[in-house]
Design a binder for this molecule. Sequence first.
Ligand code: ADP
Ligand code: MG
Length: 349
Amino acid sequence: MSINIKNIHKNYGSYEALKDINLEVKTGELLALLGPSGSGKTSLLRIIAGLEYQDQGVILVDEDNFSEKHVKDRNVGFVFQHYALFRHMTIFENVAYGLRVKPKKERPTKKEITEKVTELLELVKLSSYQDRYPSQLSGGQRQRVALARALAVKPKILLLDEPFGALDAKVRKELRRWLRNLHDQYKITSIFVTHDQEEALDVADRVVIMNEGEIEQIGTPEEVYESPANSFVYDFLGSINIFKGRMEKGKFASGAAMFNIQNGIGNEDGVGYVRPYDFIIEKQPSDKSSIKSIIRHIQKVGNTVRMDVVRTDLHESLEVELIKEQYSSLQVKQGDIIYVKPKEIRVFS
Ligand code: ADP
Ligand code: MG
């Protein structure tokens, strides 16, 4: 099932929550909607599900106009951040629920329901928990039940709204690998909402970056990370260092430093971006792009070493990341002078 989202607008009173959203989700794709809180992710998901209605635009599912269908007839599975399990029902009954409430004509037999639920509980690795109640499960287990319940009715489309948002970091990481594997088996066209860039880049086939009701960029995790379309995407997808400066004779000048750049912006002021791991650290300057700096702080975490350095020309701090080996061979300490040289700098006007 492919989903074609065309010219979707949504207002809440005079507030424009979605501004002309156009997006195609391919059959069998796991697409992440990524953006800060308030960017319109949930609104878009609820419009696709039929829980909210757009002011303009259409949603086509395999050329079928979804916008005219009631939520009941859309055959969409939905998983929310707050596991909306039925507290008074066992895990088994929670998963069976969607099947039991089907109209009589479509309802499977008791035996079929038992088989289906058993299969799903195996899939989410919770077979031995089927007689427990939601309160007897951990948060991660409850979200797996919520997913099994959503899958029970064989949805054409699966929508997940920050499904792991309420869980701690380690469980989140486990569950997103697990979701990816599950998706590879089931291949249901899925949209996964998150505000966590690492989660989106780790799990999705493609990522849609949203900001203030608009799409900033659509691409594979590699595309959006390696080639951010603009400064918003660059900033949102990871730590960055900012170099304020201007174009001079085809080069970018910032403080006492001059940089060769790939993407020229004409003769004007601009902002250069460099990721913390995209520096070469030297003890002597090699050219005009080597920035003289003082090491203010060194933090060792696992295999990476983070250095907080202050450039001596502008007194601005920079975050530099090295792998442990590089750091050891460098032999530097807090208070030392070093030269940091961006390997690549991207300038946006
Ligand atoms: P996200 O899921 O990205 O955090 P939402 O889609 O929930 O964003 O919200 C987008 C914007 O629309 C926010 O500014 C939010 O306050 C506003 N909004 C969402 N739902 C409603 C509503 N029912 N009434 C009024 N404003 C809303
Ligand atoms: Mg939301």
